[in-house]
Design a protein around this ligand. Structure first.
Ligand code: MRU
Length: 346
């Protein structure tokens, strides 16, 4: 019997007793559901990228904190546990945003369910809004993974591509493998294949020649944090892609929900960039590929200046420059509950 696809299983759920999640480290070899019952479990799942993708870690953190509130009586101990969840990864704003929202709510479980339900609705709205950007037969380049497993919903950038496929537009997607942890090769290619989208995998360094020779129509990626001027933190390599796209005159789009915009940040200069273990770079598939004493720089994200971004695709539609006007205007839009249509998620 074949394993279920990740979107047959919600990436993240709460079964009333424990958090459950698809362990993204195992894909594409296996689609396995794991349980998290303690703060150690939750923190480890986020730090090791078993649960990853900005919106998915937000939903996971929200359920996690709500669950811990019921398990930890002592207020001080609960505050420490909630802080550990909130700080498990620093760059994606969604995690802190979701945890803070749950902590401020009278009924934490209901709030966590609302955040999850909203994510599903927002992803659907992003897919609708982005459909106009993809013409029939478009050749699309993407980076990292922004599909259903990255959002615990329908996906952001990949959600648009999958919607285009369902709408009969038959896009062809060039998928950057996304070193060092291969989210593109392992997760994006897997999700595209499952959705029946025609795709070609390439090493990250092939992006330039793909733009030069493969008639790429557009680049679309996700985001982890977007400042008021449009500067955008996303998976390492995104900034380089944006420069390449500008050089080749190819539009560069970022798809993200309003919860990924950090309206407190004027620019990307102050975004905290997570740096990860050197072993992610010095080893490949468990084999050491560099001298053991190699000095390593391993930022997990980079910041693409807003001026290199053609437009943002949000649940409120496509947002164009000048971002110092259009992004603050997004802050004034009603909150995500406006998008809720479905029933409870857990
Ligand atoms: O380190 P990761 O795999 O969590 O990084 C994820 C990304 O950079 C994604 O592109 C981003 O979170 C958008 S997910 C819809």
């Amino acid at each position: 019997m074949s394993s279920p696809s990740p979107d047959e299983l919600s990436a993240v759920a709460f079964d009333g007793e424990a958090l459950t999640y698809v362990d993204q480290r195992l894909i594409p070899h296996a689609v396995e559901r794991k349980r998290a019952r303690t703060v150690d479990d939750i923190e480890e799942a986020i730090k090791t990228l078993a649960v990853r993708g900005a919106p998915a870690i937000g939903v996971f953190g929200a359920y996690g904190v709500a669950m811990l509130r019921d398990l930890i009586d002592n207020d001080e101990a609960f505050a420490v546990a909630a802080r550990r969840v909130r700080d498990a990864r620093p760059t994606a704003v969604n995690l802190a945003w979701a945890v803070d929202r749950v902590l401020a709510a009278a009924d934490m479980r209901t709030e966590a369910q609302a955040i999850h339900r909203e994510q599903l609705a927002m992803d659907a709205a992003i897919a609708d809004a982005g459909l106009e950007l993809i013409r029939k037969g478009a050749r699309v380049l993407t980076h990292c993974n922004t599909g259903p497993i990255a959002t615990a919903g329908g996906g952001t950038a990949l959600g648009i591509i999958i919607a285009a496929q369902r709408a009969g537009k038959s896009p062809h997607v060039f998928v950057d493998e996304t070193r060092p942890l291969l989210q593109g090769a392992r997760l994006t290619y897997f999700e595209l294949a499952h959705a029946g989208v025609d795709a070609t995998l390439q090493v990250d360094g092939a992006a330039a020649i793909a733009m030069q020779r493969k008639k790429i129509d557009l680049v679309i990626v996700g985001a982890d944090r977007i400042a008021r001027n449009g500067d955008t933190a996303n998976k390492i390599g995104t900034y380089g892609l944006a420069i390449l796209a500008a050089h080749h005159g190819i539009p560069f789009y970022v798809a993200a929900p309003r919860s990924t915009f950090d309206f407190t940040m004027e620019s990307g200069a102050s975004i905290h960039i997570e740096e990860r273990a050197p072993s992610e770079v010095t080893a490949f598939g468990g084999t050491t590929v560099a001298p053991p004493d190699a000095q390593v720089y391993n930022p997990a994200f980079d910041v693409t200046p807003g001026h290199l971004i053609t437009a943002f695709v949000t649940e409120y539609g496509v947002i164009h420059p000048p971002y110092h006007e259009t992004i603050p205007a997004l802050e004034l839009r009603p909150n995500a509950s406006a998008f809720v249509t479905g029933g409870p998620c857990a």
